[in-house]
Design a protein around this ligand. Structure first.
Ligand code: RIB
Length: 298
């Protein structure tokens, strides 16, 4: 029997303002774009939606502004079957947005203006302790204040929860919390920054992250796939060859699918395979939550 994992995501919610253009303009240049879309996003919300679409029970702790984007984004998460009781509306700050340019080569550039995401405070965690108690797994990123993330990791661990940490966008955090993280999921740039190295050999990079205190490390390297440790070995699963049109949220798709597969009883290797398939589908579609696949697609 497949287990339906209970996953709590504590993270960001953004409205993505996506411009599609042949190329990204250079400084001082104006170009004509091809399309514009407003698409629900935010790393936290994307990972929650990815997990829900893979069959997990998902709850979310986050904050939006008292504005139209906030309304719409809460509604979207609710429509995915996600428990939205932990999402607060805050005054004085607008809902987070991400200004995204996607070019003709599927590359993107993103500026996030966090707005209300900055108000995911430690108090929000304590106000939603029943969600922390309810879940099996807690998933965190770094688009909300670091002190909230650290408090959540410590409180979650005290309660025996599995902690999945995707420290994106990366910032330095105290080494003393490394030991509380069950799975670290990073791209190659984040991996190097956390390990404080220029190491280009990704197997060695996994080893280095284990050496400094992480138990399970997964490094996603775009088209080259994923490297991770399993039973004293460093394994590599290649990415699927697809016709990529927009890489936005590929990492979020990976995280949400990996965590749901793992929580459903898959071993690490199979969970990574599922996550690689989900990420491959995501890059063939435009946008963040609009591109995340459902379980029957992978
Ligand atoms: O990971 C992709 C996400 O990063 C986008 O949805 C955007 O909102 C930013 O948070």
């Amino acid at each position: 029997m497949t287990i339906k994992p209970k996953i709590l995501v504590v993270g960001s919610i953004n409205m993505d303002l996506v411009t599609i253009a042949k190329r990204t303009p250079t400084i001082g240049e104006t170009i004509i774009g091809e399309d514009f879309k407003m698409i629900p996003g935010g790393k936290g919300a994307n990972q929650a939606v990815a997990a829900a679409r893979m069959g997990a029970e998902v709850a979310f702790i986050g904050t939006v502004g008292e504005d139209i984007y906030g309304e719409r984004l809460i509604e979207t998460l609710g429509n995915e079957g996600i428990d939205i009781s932990g999402i607060a509306k805050v005054k004085n700050l607008p809902t987070g947005i991400a200004s995204i340019i996607v070019d003709g080569k599927a590359n993107n550039s993103i500026i996030v203006v966090p707005g209300a995401n900055l108000m995911v405070q430690v108090e929000n965690l304590y106000a939603n302790m029943e969600l922390i108690d309810w879940c099996d797994i807690i998933v965190l990123q770094l688009e909300i204040p670091l002190e909230t993330v650290i408090e959540c990791i410590i409180e979650g661990k005290k309660r025996g929860k599995t902690i999945i940490f995707n420290p994106a966008p990366v910032q330095s955090f105290d080494k003393s919390i490394f030991k509380y993280i069950d799975y670290l999921i990073v791209n190659e740039i984040e991996a190097k920054q956390i390990a404080e190295t220029d190491e280009e050999d990704y197997s060695k990079l996994v080893e280095k992250l284990i050496e400094i205190g992480f138990k399970n490390v997964l490094i996603t390297i775009g088209e080259k796939g994923v490297l991770f440790n399993e039973e004293d070995e460093i394994k590599h699963i290649p990415a699927l060859k697809v016709n990529a049109i927009d890489t936005t949220a590929a990492g979020d798709s990976f995280v949400g699918t990996f965590v749901t597969s793992l929580g459903s009883g898959a071993n690490k290797n199979n969970a990574v395979q599922n996550a690689v398939r989900a990420a491959a589908i995501t890059v063939t579609r435009v946008g963040a939550q609009s591109s995340l696949p459902y379980k029957d697609e992978i």
